[in-house]
Design a protein around this ligand. Sequence first.
Ligand code: SAJ
Length: 418
Amino acid sequence: KTVSVIGLGYIGLPTAAVFASRKVKVIGVDVNQKAVDTINRGEIHIVEPDLDIVVRAAVTERYLRATTVPEAADAFLIAVPTPFKGDNHEPDLSYIQSASKAIAPVLKKGDLVILESTSPVGATEQMSAWLAEARTDLTFPQTHGEQSDIRIAHCPERVLPGHVLRELVQNDRVIGGMTPKCSEQAAALYKIFVEGECVITNARTAEMAKLTENSFRDVNIAFANELSIICDKLDINVWELIALANRHPRVNILQPGPGVGGHCIAVDPWFIVSKTPGEARLIRTAREVNDSKPEWVINKVKLAVAEYLQENPDKTAKDVTIACYGLSFKPDIDDLRESPALQIAIDICDWHEGIVNLVEPNVESLPSEFEKRANLVSLINSIDNSDINVILVDHKEFLTSVELFKKNTYLIDAKGIV
Ligand code: SAJ
C-alpha cells in the first residue's frame, strides 16, 4: 500500500514522516519546488522538534519521497491550508479545490481520499463533488454513497505545534466518513500509527468537531481577556483573581494575554460564524474580544510613554526607548505568523519616534516588516537600557528573569509573569 500526502506543511510533513517511519511507502506532494527539494535531501523547511530526525530517516530508508506532481497511490491525505478571505472572514477552499483537481487523474477504483485540513461544514461533500467533476476515467462518476468507487472521509488533525510528533501518535482521532465503509477504511489507515482511539462519525460532524474544539479554546481565552480588561478598570490583579477562582472545583479559567495568534484558533471559529451568522453570537464576540486585545495593549504602552514624559519633563518622545519582550504567537517557539505580539511591536515602531528594542530569543534576525526600525537585542542588554518594558510572550528565558523585570518602573506585563 502507498500513501500520498498532498501538502507538506506543518501537518502534512509530520504525517508523511510518521507513516514512513512505520514502513509505509509515502509519496509527498507539494506545489513548492523548494520544499520538495529540501525534503528529498532529507532536510526540513519548517520548525518542529525532532521532525528533522524522522524525515531524514524516512528519506534515507526510501520510504518517503517528495514530488510536485501527484502519482498513483492507494490513499490520499489532503493537508493543504484553508485560510479565510478578506475582511468578511469567508473560508477559502481554493487549495482543496486545486488538490482535488491535481489528484483526480491518478485516482483509481478503491482509493481512499481523506481531507485533513480544518474545513467549514460541508467541505468534504464539496471536495467529493470537485473530485467527481475532475475525473476523466468515469463516464458517470458516482462519488456519493456506498456505490461510489472511491472512499472519502474527513479526519481533522488536532496536534499542538511543538508537540506534533507525540500528539499525532497519542491523540484520539475523529474519523468522519462520507459513508460507514469510508470511515472503516480511513480508521484502518490511521491505526497504522495512531495509538489513541479512532472514533467514527460522519463527515459533517467531524468537520464541526474540529471547529468546536478551537472555538471552545477561543471563547475561553476571550473570557480571560475580558476579565483582564475589567480587572484593570477595577484595580484588581487579574492573575491573582484567576488563580483564586480556579481553586473552585468546577472553574478552570485560561490565561489572558496580548491576543490570540496562530493559524487555527484565530481562524477556525470564523468558519462556524460564516455558515450560521445569526446563531453564532458568542463565538463571533469571542473572536472580536481576542482580536481587539493587541490594541488595548498598545494603548497601555502609549499611556506609559505619556506618564514617563510627564515625570521626566527634560525629555521628549525621541529620548524614550521602548523594549518588547517576545514576538512569537506563543511561548518557546519561533513562529511569528499571525502573532499578536508581532502586531503590537510593528505598531509601536510605526508611531514611536525613539529607539525600539526587540527581544526574541527564538529568532536570529527580525522579519522584513521592521526594516531597520527596531533592534534585535538580548534580554540583558535591553532591560537596563530601556525606559518602557513591554512583556508580550511568556518565554522560559523571561520567566527566569522576573527579578530583573521587577526593577523596572514602566512595565507592561501582558502575560502576568512578574
Ligand atoms: N493563549 C492564550 N491564553 C491561554 C492559552 C492560549 O492567550 O490560556 C493564546 C496563545 O498565546 C496563542 C493562541 O492562544 O496565541 C493559540 O495557542 P494554543 O496553544 O491554544 O493553540 P495552537 O494554535 O498552537 O493549537 C491549537 C490546538 N487546539 C486546541 O488546543 C483546542 C491544537 O490542538 C490544534 O491542533 C491546533 O490549534 C490546530 O491546528 O487547529
